[in-house]
Design a protein around this ligand. Sequence first.
Ligand code: ASP
Length: 403
Amino acid sequence: MKFNLTTQMLLALVLGCVCGLAISAMGISPGYFKPLGDLFITLIRMVVVPLVFTTLVAGASSVGDLRKLGSIATKSLVYYFVTTAVAVTIGIIIANFIQPGAGLSISTEGVKAVNVTPPPLLKVFMDIVPLNPFASLSSGNMLQVIFFAIFVGIAISTLNEEYKVLSKVFEAMAEVMLKITTAVMYYAPIGVFGLMTFTVGTYGLDVLLPLIKLILTMFVASALHVILCYIPCIRATGLKIKEFFNGVAAPLLIAFSSTSSAAALSSNLQSVQKLGASKPVSTFMIPLGNTINMDGAAIYMGVASVFAAALYGIELTIDKQILIIIMAVLASIGSMGVPGAAMIMITMVFTQVGIPLEAIAVIAGVDRILDMMRTTLNVLGDATGAVLVSKLEGDFNPPKNNS
Ligand code: ASP
């Protein structure tokens, strides 16, 4: 029997869960399985910086008409901003409803302050402009890489015809990165198996049970966001929901198992293009959204804030809840697509609202599980945006049997 890649990854995921439970019952260290997953993440992230840089330069330089680029950028940013604000609002409403922090038997006494300092808001924005673009490329500072790449792309588009070949060179380099991704994906099932065995083996049921209500709240809010936000957007493109989810299954599985949307970036780009998203839109939106559009992280910030406030008996008045929405949108924009990023950025929200940072130590026990959900949503939000904006731009070309 021959399984396609997505099926193989799904099987690996299930097998990893079973194996993780088995080794935790037998007392075998999950650490043995970690290198299998680490290798996968490193291989796939190897292409991220060159891919984001080359696709954005090629994308911005090939649009030709600056007005077209402006139109794509405006629609993308509006979509990113609105869906993220809706996400955090849903998170807060559902958390108020389910009350994940109520009656929790975890004592916060003696929980040490976690060693994180919130990044000042102004600095987050000032840091988007790189002092040295090569340093940004080598350290993988994605917001700076994006800023510089768009600048370079626009500059190339204004050059004389004889230099326009540069645009093609960047396009070819991006194609090379995607070819490497395709090759690396053959290893994906083994990587996913390693990641899941390690996660389930490390976070056995004992860790999960006390915070199960928090996990459940995150799940319900995420599901609601998919139903209220993404499904209508997908429908608007004329794609069938099932076809869309089949098309993006591979990047979603990578996101879920690796908790890194950067790791899912190249696969997401390939998937939305196969679904019919246009090249100019997808090469602009997917790398950009990968860093700045994080609906899952926003939901998490809403849910975790309500949870932590309840833990400390802090009343969340309406103005504090509005402050959470604003801060969570900004903090999610500043989060990188790497594991645990939102847990660091949430310090910005907690500090503004007056929630003690110690609360993070309580949530940290299950952060990996929450991260799996939020990363999947982060990637799904980008994919949905790319097909929707392609459609709005009149550039959507789904495969014939789709619509
Ligand atoms: N792990 C998430 C991602 O890569 C970021 C976060 O929410 O922590 O998208």
